[in-house]
Write a protein that binds this ligand. Structure first.
Ligand code: NAD
Ligand code: DAU
Length: 352
């Protein structure tokens, strides 16, 4: 297969590309603007492959998208490019509307033009796979799970822009017959995760002897999925999923934020003991995120039953590997800290 991956220099996109080059015969074109979140060094392990190529461009640029489609001739578009951080969407929602909604519209419209000109067999085999989030479903109380039929109820500028993009993708499927797939996934973690997100931020700040910020009372719950398991799910969906379908993807690993933070501290106490005290001494409760969703949890029974996908690692295994990766790959994250973002608090825009 020939797979065009938008956002392939990001956290999940680069995990998908590394997987496709290292474990399949597929050819990959990464289409990425290289925003603050695009990190080319995350693609270094596969950059020398003759099945890998890269173009730096914006998904909002219709000409650039059309040119890449017609030159590369993909069988699959795996659309991951997005603004992805909730806290940044609170500080500056405009970029989220532009990239996540307008950019997805441009991707759909240009892909439709490309797809319509394909020979019939290629047309039938083609897939536009939109990678989305469980945050479109809103927030859960203590019980229940998000399924594929849960009504949309997004609450942050980020999740609203992703919900809008999901609707656009389904509309292009229903109205124009474009063979679309949508996946809605829970919180990913693992190597090459940008340090604005909870897990890498806590690891790095712990190692730097800085306060470990826990929003609110730390009781918010997220379902955590190791990023390589997500990449494997994405591959299963675009290779064998039924066009027009949605699949929820989750790790079956619900944790309160405070549990995640104390687990990281305990692993660091073992792998990199401090001279004095324990890493948990650095935990600091800080002002809550405005509009903070309380709980996300995924019912992933459809992808398990239909595509035989389940997570391959537990949270305990995955978090141990992740902490070890950050200890062994300081140059990857130090470059980001030096040039792009140094783990300062984001998303505290005043209410009202
Ligand atoms: P990320 O922020 O790490 O990477 C985003 C990538 O998209 C970057 O390489 C960036 O340069 C690129 N990009 C941004 N705007 C662009 C534009 N206008 N044109 C071209 N490229 C652009 O994001 P991620 O965490 O890897 O998430 C990837 C996708 O998966 C997103 O669509 C996100 O909504 C979704 N998702 C993420 C998670 C998660 O836990 N991280 C969970 C579920 C779904
Ligand atoms: O659920 C899927 C979503 O997961 C994806 O769609 C998003 O792209 C991804 O960023 C992630 O969103 P979250 O907002 O859940 O992730 P984040 O790492 O920002 O925060 C995880 C939890 O930790 C959340 O409840 C807020 C909290 N938090 C976060 C940071 C950065 C803290 O307590 N302290 C922090 O410093």
């Amino acid at each position: 297969m020939r797979i065009l991956v938008t956002g392939g220099a990001g956290f999940i996109g680069s995990a998908l590309v590394r997987r496709l080059i290292e474990h399949t015969d597929h050819e990959v074109l990464v289409f990425d603007k290289l925003t603050y979140a695009g990190v080319l060094s995350s693609l270094e392990p596969v950059a020398a492959s003759n099945r890998y190529s890269f173009v730096q461009a914006d998904i909002c640029d219709a000409d650039a998208v059309s040119k890449a489609l017609h030159a590369f001739k993909p069988d699959v578009v795996a659309h991951l490019a997005a603004e992805s951080h909730v806290d940044r969407s609170i500080d500056g929602p405009g970029e989220f509307i532009q990239t996540n909604m307008v950019g997805t519209f441009v991707m759909l419209n240009q892909t439709l033009g490309y797809w319509r000109d394909l020979p019939d067999a290629d047309k039938a085999a083609f897939r536009f796979h939109h990678i989305s989030t469980d945050e479109v479903f809103g927030s859960l109380g203590e019980d229940g799970f998000f399924s594929e039929t849960t009504p949309y109820d997004p609450r942050s500028p980020y999740s609203a822009s992703k919900a809008g993009s999901d609707h656009l993708v389904r509309a292009w499927g229903h109205t124009y017959g474009l063979p679309v797939l949508v996946t809605n996934c829970s919180n990913n973690y693992g190597p090459y995760h940008f340090p604005e997100k909870l897990i890498p931020l806590i690891i790095i700040r712990a190692l730097n002897g800085e306060p470990l910020p826990v929003y609110g009372d730390g009781s918010n719950v997220r379902d955590w999925l190791f990023v390589d398991d997500h990449a494997r799910a994405l591959q299963a969906v675009f290779e064998t999923g039924a066009p027009g379908e949605t699949y929820n993807v989750g790790g079956n690993a619900e944790k309160q934020n405070i549990e995640v933070v104390t687990t990281i501290c305990a692993i660091l106490d073992r792998l990199r003991p401090k001279a004095n005290g324990q890493y948990a001494d650095q935990i600091t409760y800080v002002t809550d995120r405005p509009g903070h969703d309380q709980r996300y949890a995924i019912d992933a029974s459809k992808i398990r039953a239909d595509l035989d996908w389940t997570p391959s690692v537990t949270f305990e295994q995955g978090i141990e590997q992740t902490v070890a990766w950050y200890l062994g790959n300081q140059s990857w994250w130090q470059d980001i800290l030096d040039a792009r973002y140094s783990t300062q608090r984001l998303g505290v825009a005043a209410n009202g």
